[in-house]
Ligand binder design. Structure first.
Ligand SMILES: Cc1cc2nc3c(=O)[nH]c(=O)nc-3n(C[C@H](O)[C@H](O)[C@H](O)COP(=O)(O)OP(=O)(O)OC[C@H]3O[C@@H](n4cnc5c(N)ncnc54)[C@H](O)[C@@H]3O)c2cc1C
Length: 302
């Protein structure tokens, strides 16, 4: 979608929002798949309510982009614009066991920054790409931990009230790759409460998690991490692997040979290819096990 109206463009400038016309989302997503639209880069959080009012008043649909590491974006000209927060400096403020982190901050850097200040708990998140905002929205986790366990406060734009608000951790429910935020809420910042741990000990935990990832995931290839959520008490990857589906392909979309729940873009895969592959694997799993796998990857298609 293109913002061609010069009045809207001028107002964006007043709100300190950078308009990047005709952005290829394939360049902004870890899968390397996605069509073209206008990107709006937000520098001042305070301008978000006015920005969203402006878009709504002019019937411009929008989506929020974090680091693009859990997204499968459709092909061609996209029917919405994309909003992205510009990472602020320094992005993290520590006070005792509390870390206040901006949503646009890089998740991995946040984990290592806290570790260097003897704050642990998030070792499992090392190697999860993307932003803190994306991790919050997805309740990212690995190796037995989830970010939601450490959330004490979230600053967000609440679409229902058209304003920026603060929610306490106990007002939010964090479940396996699911949170109670409304789809149009935009994460702006989070306060995490992290346990004290000596840096050396955290580093040891980080090394173990890194090694587990290196030995089981196709890290050199373009992917969005796990495509499906694990069904209760089972592993989606194991189910797919046991059906002998590693290497199954549609065009350049391929079930990884290394981890059957990672689907990779082995060249010039389109969203169409990847969606076909996902549907095919889901159907085969349903036939074999009677289980319908649910997407973990967020699909922006239409
Ligand atoms: C190699 C690899 C390994 C991975 N391993 C893991 C893993 O172990 N565990 C795990 O949980 N995930 C994993 N992932 C998936 C992904 O990295 C996480 O889901 C990550 O937290 C997504 O963050 P992001 O900023 O990239 O979000 P995006 O992909 O940009 O967006 C994901 C969703 O969050 C929303 N969103 C993003 N930012 C905001 C915001 N500020 N406000 C509101 N909504 C927002 C988007 O609209 C979208 O719905 C992996 C991915 C890759 C490529």
């Amino acid at each position: 979608m293109r913002i061609n109206d010069p009045k809207i463009a001028a107002r964006l400038g007043e709100l300190d929002v950078e308009l990047v016309p005709g952005t290829r989302l394939a360049d902004l997503t870890s899968l390397g798949i996605g069509g073209t639209t206008d990107l709006l880069r937000i520098r001042k959080y305070e301008s978000i309510p006015d920005l969203l009012n402006l878009l709504d008043a002019n019937h411009v649909p929008h989506r929020f982009l974090g680091g693009g590491s859990n997204l499968l974006v459709g092909d061609g000209e996209l029917p919405w614009v994309v909003l992205q927060l510009v990472p602020p400096e320094p992005g993290i403020i520590l006070e005792g066991n509390f870390a206040r982190v901006d949503a646009a901050a890089d998740l991995g850097r946040t984990v290592t920054f806290c570790a260097k200040h003897d704050l642990g708990g998030m070792e499992g998140l090392i190697g999860v790409p993307g932003t803190v905002g994306g991790a919050l929205r997805m309740n990212a986790g690995a190796y037995g931990m989830q970010i939601g366990a450490y959330v004490r406060e979230v600053k967000l734009y609440r679409a229902a009230d058209h304003k920026i608000e603060i929610l306490q951790g106990n007002q939010i429910s964090f479940e396996y790759r699911h949170t109670s935020f409304a789809p149009d809420d935009m994460m702006l910042a989070v306060t995490l409460e992290l346990p004290s741990k000596p840096y050396k000990e955290i580093l040891q935990g980080i090394r173990i998690c890194n090694e587990k990832r290196r030995s089981s995931q196709p890290l050199g290839q373009r992917s969005a991490g796990c495509i499906f959520k694990n069904p209760p008490g089972a592993s989606a990857g194991r189910m797919i692997d046991d059906l002998g589906l590693k290497g199954l392909s549609v065009g350049d979309a391929r079930v990884s040979d290394r981890h059957a729940n990672f689907f990779v873009n082995a060249g010039r895969a389109s969203a169409r290819d990847m969606l076909k592959l996902i549907a095919d694997v889901r159907e085969r799993v349903k036939k074999a096990y009677g289980v319908t796998l649910e997407n973990e990857v967020v699909v922006w298609n239409g």
